[in-house]
Ligand binder design. Structure first.
Ligand code: NAP
Length: 261
C-alpha cells in the first residue's frame, strides 16, 4: 500500500487532500501540531473504510521529526509527501517575517530533508504554495536569485534569511524585498521545489518535486468569501501527488497547468 504524509492535515486544504488520497487507497499519516485534532481528522477521513492515522508534528520543531522518521521507516518507506502546513499572519514586522519564514519555508525544507531518504522509487513531493508567490513586487536581483540555475539549497536558505535580516534592520524595501513575508515564503518554496528537483536529477528513484497554488479557497486562512471549495482547492495538489512516471518536476502549477511566478 502506498504511504503519504500530509502536514497541517487537521483542517482546511490539508484535511481535504488527506481525504482524497485515502479515497484512492493510499495510507495517509495526517500530521498536525495538536495530536487530538490530527486523530479526529484521521477518523473522519478513514470513515468510508480507508486507511489513515495521526501523528503530532509542529513543522517548526525539529525535535518532532525523528519520531516521525522512525514511524515512516517502520512502515517501509514513503511515497507521497504533501508540505501543506502554512500561516498567513496579519501585519508586517520582523516578528511576522521570522515566524512566517519558519513555518512556510524552513518547515517544508526540514520535513522534506528528514523524509527524503525514506521516499521510495516513484515518490512525489508537493509544496503547497500560492499565487502570491508572484515575484512582481520584488526587485530584479532579489527575484532572479530564486531561479538562478546555480542556486544551491544552502544559497536559497541564505537568500531567505537575508529577507528576515533585512526586515529586522529596516532595509527590506531598499534591498528589493516586498512588504509581504507570505509572498517571500511562497516564492521560497517554489524555489525549494526547483532546487530539490535539480538535486534529485539522476537519482534512480525518479522522485518528482513540484509546487502548487490551490487557488483562493474557503478555509480559516482563505475566509468565507473565497470562491473555491476545499474539494476544488485540493484538486491540483492531489494531481501533483499522483503524477505518472515521466511527469514534470521542479515546476509551479495551478489548475493542473504550469503557472508563472
Ligand atoms: P488553514 O485552514 O489555516 O490551515 C492551515 C494548517 O496549517 C492548519 O492545519 C494549521 O494547524 C497548520 N499549521 C500552521 N502552523 C503550523 C505548524 N507550525 N506546524 C504544523 N502545522 C501548522 O489554511 P488552508 O487554507 O487550509 O492552507 C493550507 C495551505 O494552503 C497553506 O500552506 C496556505 O498557505 C496554502 N494556501 C491557501 C490558500 C487559501 O485560499 N486558503 C491560498 C493559497 C495557498 P493548526 O490547526 O494547529 O493551526
Amino acid at each position: 500500500m502506498r504511504v503519504a504524509v500530509v502536514t497541517g492535515a487537521n483542517r482546511g486544504i490539508g484535511l481535504e487532500v488527506s481525504k482524497q488520497l485515502v479515497s484512492r487507497g493510499i495510507h495517509v499519516i495526517l500530521t498536525a501540531r495538536d495530536l487530538a485534532s490530527a486523530r479526529a481528522a484521521a477518523e473522519t477521513v478513514a470513515r468510508g473504510g480507508g486507511s489513515a492515522e495521526a501523528f503530532a508534528l509542529d513543522v517548526t520543531a525539529p525535535a518532532a521529526l525523528p519520531p516521525l522518521v522512525e514511524h515512516v521507516r517502520a512502515k517501509g518507506g514513503l511515497d507521497i509527501l504533501v508540505n501543506n502546513a502554512g500561516v498567513a499572519l496579519d501585519g508586517f514586522n520582523a516578528g511576522v517575517a521570522r515566524q512566517t519564514i519558519d513555518v512556510n519555508y524552513h518547515g517544508p525544507r526540514l520535513v522534506t530533508a528528514a523524509l527524503l531518504p525514506l521516499i521510495r522509487a516513484g515518490g512525489r513531493v508537493v509544496m503547497v504554495s500560492s499565487g502570491l508567490a508572484d515575484r512582481g513586487g520584488m526587485g530584479r536581483a532579489v527575484a532572479a536569485r530564486f531561479t538562478d540555475p546555480s542556486l544551491s539549497l544552502d544559497d536559497l536558505t541564505q537568500h531567505v534569511e537575508k529577507f528576515v535580516g533585512d526586515v529586522a534592520a529596516g532595509r527590506h524595501r531598499k534591498e528589493g524585498w516586498p512588504s509581504s513575508a507570505y509572498a517571500v515564503s511562497k516564492a521560497a518554496i517554489n524555489a525549494l521545489a526547483l532546487v530539490l528537483a535539480r538535486d534529485l536529477e539522476g537519482d534512480p528513484r525518479r522522485i518528482l518535486v513540484n509546487a502548487v497554488c490551490p487557488g483562493w479557497v474557503r478555509t480559516r486562512m482563505g475566509g468565507a468569501g473565497a470562491p473555491l471549495s476545499v474539494e476544488e482547492g485540493a484538486r491540483t495538489i492531489v494531481w501533483a501527488a499522483l503524477l505518472p512516471e515521466g511527469g514534470p518536476t521542479g515546476g509551479f502549477f495551478r489548475d493542473e497547468a504550469p503557472a508563472s511566478w
